[in-house]
Design a protein around this ligand. Structure first.
Ligand SMILES: [Zn+2]
Length: 317
């Protein structure tokens, strides 16, 4: 924790500003502006002792407390957004996007395979002549081996998304390693390929988890554009998000399985419906759709794509 804070402070202000400006599309600036506009007068009033002898009266004060609550949730959503697209603490070995000077973008699908939606997604990808990256859940690979095999047979890339889609924070080191290795074994046995890319469930990681994943030989892949299809949004919403946030080098997050809480069972009908329109829009706007590996091979100069920490640093964990 302290290391994370120290690292955050040590980064130069210019570096932080550059990162913010470069990915400003995904930052909720109005959130921060509202937050500052409300917080400053409130702190000033508190400092001047304005609320010192204020007795609570429901009718008079309810709006004050309601605004305080909405204010809190606005701040929380801003923090979550920042964590999702930038992270806190060291980011070595974590990739959220490719090079911004290349027209390449990557479509990624999490939580599968699903016997219902993955084949439909594969049909669309085949029809459009596009290759994607699937982050598979080991348990689902064992349950639907034919679908998992079809993904590889049709030339798509596969990544590890743990064995049972359990959150890696909080979890013991042994659990994290077991989730990685068990999924790896399932994928290797059924699909015949050893995955080298890893995406933690819900994109949640800690510095300790990050080090374990790197030590297991994986590159951590997150995303720079979320379609938010996990919350069953309409196909038009998915397309709107892509149009608004997609940039050269974007890694786009979809789901071909999963549910709001459970690792499978939710409907991905809207994702399937939106996909042809998304691909057509990307192509007609000059984007080249590719796998994550192909997207990141040219991006070694990007600060966020720096090679993992040295072996000694990993050993000290
Ligand atoms: Zn997931």
């Amino acid at each position: 924790m302290f290391k994370a804070i120290r690292h955050f402070k040590l980064k130069s202000a210019k570096d932080n500003l550059n990162r913010l400006l470069r990915h400003r599309a995904n930052l909720k600036w109005p959130t921060y502006l509202v937050l500052i506009a409300l917080l400053v007068p409130l702190l000033f009033a508190l400092r001047c002792g304005f609320f010192a002898d204020w007795a609570f009266s429901f009718e008079r004060d309810i709006w004050f407390y309601l605004s305080l609550m909405s204010f809190f949730f606005l701040g929380l959503s801003g923090l979550i957004s920042f964590y999702e697209y930038h992270g806190f603490g060291p980011q070595e070995g974590i990739i959220r996007r490719g090079a911004s000077n290349s027209p390449k973008v990557a479509l990624t699908f999490d939580d599968g395979p699903s016997p219902i939606y993955t084949p439909q997604i594969l049909d669309v990808l085949r029809e459009k002549g596009v290759k994607a990256t699937f982050f598979l859940v080991g348990k689902h690979v064992e349950k639907y081996p034919d679908v998992a095999k079809r993904i590889v047979d049709e030339g798509h890339e596969i990544g590890n998304h743990t064995y049972s889609h359990r959150d890696l924070v909080p979890a013991t080191r042994a659990t994290v390693v077991k989730e990685i290795k068990k999924a790896e074994k399932a994928i290797e046995t059924i699909c015949g390929v050893k995955p080298v890319l890893f995406r933690p469930p819900r994109g949640v990681y800690s510095n300790a988890v990050r080090k374990i994943i790197l030590k297991e030989g994986y590159t951590i892949i997150l995303w720079s554009v979320s379609t938010q299809d996990w919350r069953l949004v309409k196909p038009s919403f998915i397309l709107k998000r892509i149009k608004k946030f997609c940039r050269p080098g974007s890694i786009i997050l979809f789901h071909d399985s999963g549910a709001l809480i459970k690792p499978e069972g939710g409907s991905r009908g809207h994702t399937v419906e939106a996909l042809p329109q998304v691909i057509d829009w990307l192509k007609s706007n000059g984007f080249q759709i590719t796998t994550v590996s192909s997207l990141i091979e040219e991006t070694s100069f990007d600060r966020e794509l720096a090679p993992p920490e040295t072996q000694e640093a990993l050993e000290t964990f």
